[in-house]
Design a protein around this ligand. Structure first.
Ligand code: ATP
Ligand code: MG
Ligand code: MG
Length: 549
């Protein structure tokens, strides 16, 4: 059941079903395999697959593979993996526009025979100039009135590979004076001598998006063809092809606003350049807005689905604050991630009154809101690490954490007091000499005395070393340049590597992508680059809340 008013597309689908205009709903998600999917695609995936789920219909995954120059098998494989990871299943309906090349070709010949398509020999530049502008009508091509026979002959020879790239195109013969430039004899086929991942070198001509898309929808009996707003002006063309061809069904196109996020670029062209020019380590770099990057960063698919639901579906473009996405990530991880202690920038603490060579086990809670998550044992001993930031030699007034002479609580352990600061020759603090109060075991003093801060820690001897990677936005501006010149808005500090973090030993056995909270430091996951003896963790997102700072 769908809540009424959830979004305007669901309202349309429901009205069409109620009125019997369609017997069942069929949608499709139609990526072009020329890059990895990003968070904007997640919006489209959740919408298309979500509508099919909500109304008991089906959603196809269709590769819009009509441009072999930019398309690769790697992208096809990645897209399938990412859609499944998001939690959706196309069942038997994995399709490719290239499956329809023969049918699309036959329909193009039909249009030629009906006098509604022609082969144009103008150069791309002549075509551009003669297309006109928003205020000026276009001019007819000198080749517009070729005979059906000549058009058929030339089109067949285009297919046979007789002409070089760019020599000719097939155009629909609609109206060069139309107020809608998309209707000024749009290109249906171009010559491309290129290797296609699926059809190899069988084809020397490839259909345009506008010609292939609607007809592919019709072949698959798609009822609601949902796309982003920039295709609104293409809808009359979409409808023109459907009306002028003998297609097996009548799909309709609906447009919604694409997702834009602050501090983020979602243009595939720019994402491709980020990878190609090595501004990032690859498509799955955890700073990338790609689904592969977000997955590697530790973002759970449920957070993406939650986010998409929260932002809704609108008819006007807008930009969503990336903080809203982080909110969804925290919402999900707060419930699912177990807690552990990890010290990102260690400072050694020696407990002078704790017996040398001894240690003890303390009990720590795995999840404060979920008793079923149980507890674990953590080792306490004479030598510990705390966070460098939790100590200040000369603290300002509001600093309640450790400083000379003050007492703080070590989470799950004891109260400690800082007695002495040890420095190296350069004056850097390298060690704190502290005492503990054995009577405060578990974190409370029998005499009722209070401390103002609780800090996390790990045992020096029993912790494991790790590299921890912190991520900041890839771009410095809330609205980065999304095209040419995007480099100037790149954030030079988008990656911060902490090379000697210390973790509770149980973290060494974690699976890649399992979420964990490092108390007070945020949500983390183990990175795929971890190797035996070299643990690597990614910070997924920081915590908004920190306890008793
Ligand atoms: P680009 O223009 O950057 O290459 P695209 O939109 O052409 O991206 P496709 O692979 O063709 O990428 O997109 C597949 C589907 O995902 C399309 O239906 C498209 O409308 C949708 N989509 C792409 N980007 C967004 C976005 N930012 N928000 C919502 N939907 C999107
Ligand atoms: Mg595109
Ligand atoms: Mg596209």
């Amino acid at each position: 059941a769908v809540e009424p008013g959830r979004d305007f597309i669901r309202d349309i689908v429901k009205a069409d079903l109620d009125a019997g205009r369609v017997k069942g709903v069929v949608t499709r998600f139609p990526p072009e395999p020329n890059g990895y999917l990003h968070i904007g695609h997640a919006k489209s995936i959740c919408l298309n697959f979500g509508i099919a789920e909500d109304f008991g219909g089906r959603c196809h995954l269709r590769f819009d593979d009509t441009n072999p120059v930019k398309e690769e098998q790697e992208y096809i494989d990645a897209i399938k993996r990412d859609v499944q990871w998001l939690g959706f299943d196309w069942g038997e309906h994995l399709h490719h526009a290239s499956d329809y090349f023969e049918q699309l070709y036959a329909w193009a010949e039909d249009l030629i025979r009906a006098g509604k398509a022609y082969v144009d020999d103008q150069t791309p530049e002549e075509m551009r100039v003669n297309r006109g502008t928003l205020t000026e009508p276009g001019r007819n091509s000198p080749f517009r009135d070729r005979s059906v026979e000549e058009n058929l002959d030339l089109f067949r020879r285009m297919r046979a590979g007789e002409f070089p790239n760019g020599a000719r195109v097939l155009r629909a013969k609609i109206d060069m004076a139309s107020g809608n430039i998309n209707l000024r004899d749009p290109v249906m086929y171009r010559i491309l001598h290129a290797h296609h991942p699926r059809t190899g070198t069988a084809w020397k001509i490839y259909p345009s998006y506008d010609y292939a898309h609607g007809q592919s929808d019709a072949i698959e009996h798609i009822t609601h063809s949902i796309c982003t707003l920039e295709f609104e002006d293409h809808r009359p063309l979409y409808d023109w092809f459907i009306a002028n061809l003998t297609v097996p069904s009548t799909p309709h196109q609906y447009e919604f606003a694409r997702l834009n996020l602050t501090y983020t670029v979602l243009s595939k062209r720019v994402l491709t350049m980020l990878v190609r020019d090595k501004h990032v380590s690859g498509w799955d770099d955890p700073r990338m807005p790609t689904l592969a990057g977000l997955r590697r960063r530790g973002v759970p698919p449920a957070a993406l689905r939650d986010f998409v639901k929260r932002i809704g579906v609108a008819k006007a473009n807008s930009t969503v604050d990336v903080g809203m996405f982080e909110f969804s990530i925290r919402e999900v991880l707060n419930k699912t991630a177990q807690r552990r202690m990890a010290v990102l920038k260690p400072l050694k603490v020696v407990i002078e009154n704790y017996p040398e060579g001894q240690s003890e086990e303390l009990e720590a809670v795995n999840h404060p809101d979920d008793p079923a998550a149980g507890t674990r044992k953590i080792k306490f001993g004479r030598e510990l690490f705390i966070e460098q930031d939790d100590f200040m030699e000369n603290p300002p007034k509001k600093f309640f954490r450790l400083s000379p002479g003050t007492e703080v609580r070590l989470r799950y352990a004891y109260f400690i007091t800082c007695k002495e600061v040890v420095k190296d020759a350069a004056g850097n603090v390298i060690e704190l000499r502290c005492t503990y109060d054995p009577a405060t075991k578990g974190g409370n003093a029998p005499d009722g005395r209070k401390v103002k801060a609780t800090i996390h820690w790990v045992s020096a001897r029993d912790s494991v070393a790790a590299e921890v990677r912190l991520y900041n936005p890839l771009f410095t501006k809330p609205d980065p340049t999304g095209g040419e010149g995007f480099e100037k808005d790149l954030n030079a500090n988008s990656l911060e590597v902490l090379s000697d973090a210390r973790l509770e030993p149980s973290l060494a056995a974690m699976n890649v992508e399992d979420a964990i909270q490092f108390e007070r430091n945020g949500y983390f996951c183990r990175d795929k680059e971890s190797a035996p003896g070299k643990l690597v963790f990614n910070r997924t997102v920081g915590l908004r809340d920190t306890f008793a700072k």
